[in-house]
Design a protein around this ligand. Structure first.
Ligand SMILES: Cc1cc2nc3c(=O)[nH]c(=O)nc-3n(C[C@H](O)[C@H](O)[C@H](O)COP(=O)(O)OP(=O)(O)OC[C@H]3O[C@@H](n4cnc5c(N)ncnc54)[C@H](O)[C@@H]3O)c2cc1C
Length: 706
């Protein structure tokens, strides 16, 4: 097969490498307009699985980002640790070098300083497949514009892609609105360089003469505006410096005859998402997979188009939201509207829509492509067959298969030897999980980690491994087997199946307790961010989190509200976990830990008490008993925040209904309506002052002593 790739960026080089590695008989040529040594831009962000994703060797070239931060007028207003999805950064030049070297090793012929525009139709016809990987201004797309049907939606802001020697260890957004309103996106990508992308409104661009003059003067002005955040360091520009408006490019078709578009040539996503490069990889992988599995080129390009089309629509919708978010932030700054700035910050960190990236949803195959083994229609099929997947994922997580694949793909025999399993049985299990995207499988039967598989590694922040193990363990799995009796009798399934309540069970089984607290902590983390961003903690000084588990809520609140100190109160095993996770805050003197029983006594001295996901664990009598213990410890001026899912009335869909059933099975508790919470709190000596939904799922009920 003869393949021509136009453009040696991430999309072109990764596609060329995959083809040359998989198909030794393929002749793959890449032509690139620039020179081999050209610096094509500053640093870019990638997901941390990008390297193993493509098997790209040398992870030391990558720099891990440590979370997210937002600065307004030089003040840090958001300071979050990493979410489940880690970002790493790398210089564009380094990435292109790594990709170029691997392409060359695979036998790809890379011809630099050759313009795709010089190719005649006869030249193109000499290849079985021609791939347009020539970036956002693709000449290949322009050449067949009628067939590809490109459109471009332009952003309102002007932006410039710059750099600085100042270090930013987090993905940092900076807003300055004193003189000229400017928004900057900064992240370090090497020891002495950070990417620094600056945005401003069209009006500010028109009125700021230094922006329209020579690059040096423009960078000096920007460095002046961000002087305190940059510590006086300069802002740098490259030879291709220019201000421009972002253009979101979409195409009606991705393939025409034997020509396919990949990466930015096919679609662009706004730089604030930081996923363009990953998306370029994704296209390369999808096109390669289609060419390897379809009977001929025409079918392959059709299947490539079908697999990428829904992703593009989905990601560009998110990308448009992220772009508009930045525009609204710049506009709010220009109006000096601090309230709008605050709301926009809260929206970005509690509403994943604007921060979601293309590969958050990436699966190797779309659902409709997957082998069908249908038993019933729609939801029934999942219900009747879903129980098996729970156990499959449980088994690989418990064996530690994802951990055994961190260094790269291996055969089932090699993995089995490592984790202690039967090679034949393990192979049969893994190939099923390949079909649903947890693992990948190469032509020579080596299994690697798929997107979901990455989340089952024990070394990733937000690992789902504890939950995957717990849901399949006999003590949890068996309790759900008791649902029939629970519904018949109204009695808690767990108690009936195990002869003891969940929390007493956990007190006697350290391994189960550790799994439980780790899983709950993970679930709580995203909700905790929403509470921290969505509730006004400005008057809180000393917070006491009752039943605080491993400290996820306290961590989120203390990260966002620097003036708050907190106590985590829970049973011994949970507090042990919290001590480890919050060691840094404890060493700053901002966090303490108390072991106890909330039916007996809780610490006094807090001005704010929180009970997150506690009241719903218990029936009314015991819930009131807990609330009364808190009331006894509280000063009359204190306040209690009950953080729960509030059941909506009637048939309104709500995740709370499922959680309510979990309570019937596991703890004997229940989810409640707002009226029921008001009633409980009144019976415990409180009155409800406010009810605020901080996310689609979670509300804060503020109660004060009567
Ligand atoms: C300001 C800014 C910040 C960004 N930040 C990030 C980020 O943090 N993370 C991220 O993942 N993405 C980021 N991106 C997007 C990312 O750079 C692109 O999505 C990604 O590079 C697309 O890869 P590609 O291979 O499709 O195209 P490109 O990287 O654009 O590569 C195209 C290649 O084709 C060559 N070429 C062009 N025309 C011709 C021709 N006629 N003949 C031969 N060769 C040609 C070019 O020289 C280039 O080498 C950012 C983009 C911008 C504008």
């Amino acid at each position: 097969m003869k393949i021509l790739v136009v453009g040696a960026g991430p999309a072109g080089l990764s596609f060329a490498t995959l083809m040359a590695e998989a198909e030794r008989r393929a002749q793959v040529t890449v032509i690139e307009r620039g020179a081999a040594s050209e610096e094509p831009g500053w640093g870019v962000t990638l997901r941390d699985n990008a390297l193993s994703f493509l098997g790209l060797g040398d992870p030391s070239a990558m720099k891990a980002l440590e979370g997210r931060a937002f600065f307004h007028r030089g003040e840090r207003v958001v300071d979050l640790p990493n979410p489940a999805t880690h970002l790493v950064t790398v210089s564009r030049a380094e990435l292109t070098r790594i990709l170029g070297e691997r392409s060359a090793r695979a036998g790809v012929d890379i011809v630099y300083e050759t313009d795709g525009a010089t190719l005649s139709d006869a030249d193109l016809a000499r290849y079985d497949v021609v791939v347009g990987a020539d970036g956002a201004n693709s000449g290949i797309r322009r050449r067949f514009a009628e067939a590809f049907g490109p459109t471009a939606t332009q952003g309102d802001n002007e932006y410039a892609w710059l750099a600085t020697p100042a270090t930013f260890s987090k993905l940092t957004i900076l807003l300055r609105d004193e003189e000229v309103p400017l928004l900057a996106w900064a992240y370090g990508y090497s020891e002495n360089r950070s990417t620094f992308i600056v945005e401003c409104s069209a009006a500010a661009f028109a009125s700021e003469t230094s922006f329209r003059g020579p690059a040096d003067g423009c960078c000096r002005r920007i460095a002046e505006v961000f002087e305190s955040e940059l510590g006086g360091q300069p802002v740098l520009h490259g030879p291709a410096f220019r201000w421009q408006r972002f253009a979101m490019i979409s195409c009606q078709r991705l393939a025409h005859r034997n020509v396919a578009l990949v990466g930015d040539a096919a679609h662009t996503t706004h730089f604030s998402q930081g996923f363009g490069t990953m998306f370029a990889f994704d296209d390369a992988i999808a096109l390669h997979a289609a060419l390897m599995s379809a009977p001929d080129t025409a079918h392959a390009l059709e299947s490539y188009e079908a697999s990428q089309r829904p992703k593009i629509e989905n990601f560009q919708a998110t990308s448009a939201k992220s772009m508009r978010w930045a525009e609204q932030m710049v506009a709010a700054g220009a109006r000096r509207d601090d309230r709008a700035v605050r709301d926009l910050i809260a929206a970005r960190w509690s509403n994943n829509e604007v921060t979601q990236g293309p590969l958050d949803d990436f699966r190797p195959q779309s659902r409709s492509d997957r082998p069908a083994e249908q038993l019933g229609p729609g939801i029934l099929d999942g219900a009747l067959r879903g129980y098996r997947l729970t156990q499959l994922v449980h088994v690989v997580a418990k064996l530690g298969v994802p951990d055994a694949l961190i260094a790269g793909p291996r055969t089932a025999g090699e993995i089995a030897l490592d984790v202690g399993a039967d090679p034949g049985a393990l192979h049969r299990l893994l190939r099923v999980l390949v079909d649903v995207g947890v693992f990948t499988q190469t032509a020579d039967n080596r299994f690697g980690l798929g997107e979901d598989g990455q989340l089952l590694r024990s070394d990733v922040e937000g690992s789902l491994r504890p939950a995957a193990i717990m849901y399949g363990e006999s003590w949890w799995w068996g309790a759900w087997g008791g649902l029939f009796e629970a519904v018949r009798t109204g009695r808690t399934a767990f108690d009936q199946v195990h002869g003891v309540g969940l929390f007493d069970y956990l007190a006697s089984d350290a391994e189960a307790a550790q799994l439980f607290h780790a899983s709950m902590g993970l679930m709580t983390a995203a909700q905790a961010d929403a509470v921290a961003a969505g509730w006004d903690f400005s008057t809180t000084q000393q917070l006491i989190d009752i039943g605080g588990g491993e400290g996820a809520l306290v961590r989120a609140i203390l990260a966002l509200h620097r003036h708050v100190s907190a106590v985590v109160f829970d049973r011994p095993l949970a507090v042990e976990g919290a001590r480890k996770r919050l060691a840094a805050l404890a060493s700053e003197g901002r966090c303490d830990f108390v072991v106890g029983d909330f039916f007996v006594e809780v610490p006094a001295g807090g001005d704010t008490y929180t009970l997150k996901d506690i009241v719903h664990d218990w029936d009314d009598d015991r819930a009131i008993a807990i609330l009364r213990t808190v009331r006894r410890a509280m000063a009359d001026s204190g306040r209690l925040l009950v953080i729960e899912r509030v059941l909506p009335p009637g048939a309104t869909p709500s995740p709370a209904k499922f959680v309510d059933l979990s309570m019937l099975v596991l703890t004997g508790g229940r989810e409640r309506t707002e009226a029921a919470y008001r009633d409980l709190l009144e019976r415990a000596g409180f009155t409800v002052n406010a009810v605020v939904a901080v996310s689609d799922e979670i509300s804060v009920l503020e109660a004060i002593p009567v």
